[in-house]
Design a protein around this ligand. Structure first.
Ligand SMILES: O=C(O)c1cc(=O)[nH]c(=O)n1[C@@H]1O[C@H](COP(=O)(O)O)[C@@H](O)[C@H]1O
Length: 240
């Protein structure tokens, strides 16, 4: 059974609570869920998340934890109080950090009696390309690096990874069939890529094997957010 009504998560990258709640009220019958990230959380914290959660929508709380294992385990205990559907850590934090995150999330979920969220690891950001990896001193293609980090995340007991659409096939080939691929860097044809360097259309990403697609500006900055979201749903619902 699917956990969400469809694979489209709308990223609410705003510090404006009124704007975020208006978008949720307008889009909640159309999209599968909403992603609240650093901009929203730094402005409004847990209380802001609770204001959105009152709308009874699946929430992907994207704070990309990356610290020593003990600190990340503690952050997990705190963020789990908000009953998220999806949470992120950075795969670059390493095996012990990811294991500590997974153990802490599972332990807290069982203490609170809530469903375990999908815990996914960010691999190579969609704003980075091969040239950026080179500058960072990271050897190998984006495919190789993502595959390596995905294997590590699976070994740590995580549910999946965040990867660019171009790495979906590579990741699927090294991880189990149930491993979740959460995919940002999605652009309907004709929309602006902005700071994203590795993009694909919603239809291509879902056909290639994305479990969830994350779309922000093409929806939130559209004059007609509901129409923009609906046209993505229509595109990914077409028979392949
Ligand atoms: O973890 C993420 O969600 C993420 C990882 C990544 O590699 N690239 C990426 O764009 N994201 C997030 O996905 C969203 C994409 O937003 P748009 O570029 O506006 O569609 C933003 O909220 C980013 O924080």
């Amino acid at each position: 059974m699917q956990r969400f009504k469809n694979p489209l998560f709308c990223a609410l990258d705003t510090g404006d609570l009124e704007k975020a709640t208006a978008l949720v009220d307008a889009l909640k019958d159309t999209v599968g869920g909403f992603k609240l990230g650093l901009e929203f959380f730094c402005a409004h914290g847990p209380k802001g998340v609770e204001a959105i959660a009152k709308r009874d929508v699946p929430l992907f709380i994207d704070l990309k934890f990356h610290d020593i294992p003990n600190t990340v385990a503690g952050a997990m205990r705190s963020i789990m109080q908000l009953n998220p559907a999806i949470l992120t850590v950075h795969a670059g934090g390493g095996l012990a950090m990811m294991r500590a995150a997974a153990d802490s999330a599972a332990d807290t979920a069982s203490k609170l009696g809530v469903k375990m969220p999908w815990l996914v690891a960010v691999t190579v950001l969609t704003s980075l390309d091969a040239g950026d990896l080179d500058v960072l001193g990271i050897e190998g293609s984006t495919h190789k690096v993502v595959a390596r980090l995905a294997r590590l995340a699976e070994k740590a007991g995580l549910d999946g990874v965040v990867c660019a659409p171009h790495e979906i096939s590579t990741t699927r080939s090294v991880a189990g069939q149930d491993f979740k691929l959460v995919v940002p860097g999605i652009r309907p044809r004709g929309t602006d890529a902005g700071d994203q360097k590795r993009v694909m259309t919603p239809k291509e990403a879902v056909e290639t094997g994305a479990t969830v697609i994350v779309v922000g500006r093409p929806i939130t900055q559209s004059d007609d957010p509901v129409g923009a979201a609906q046209s993505i749903i229509d595109a990914i619902s077409e028979p392949f």
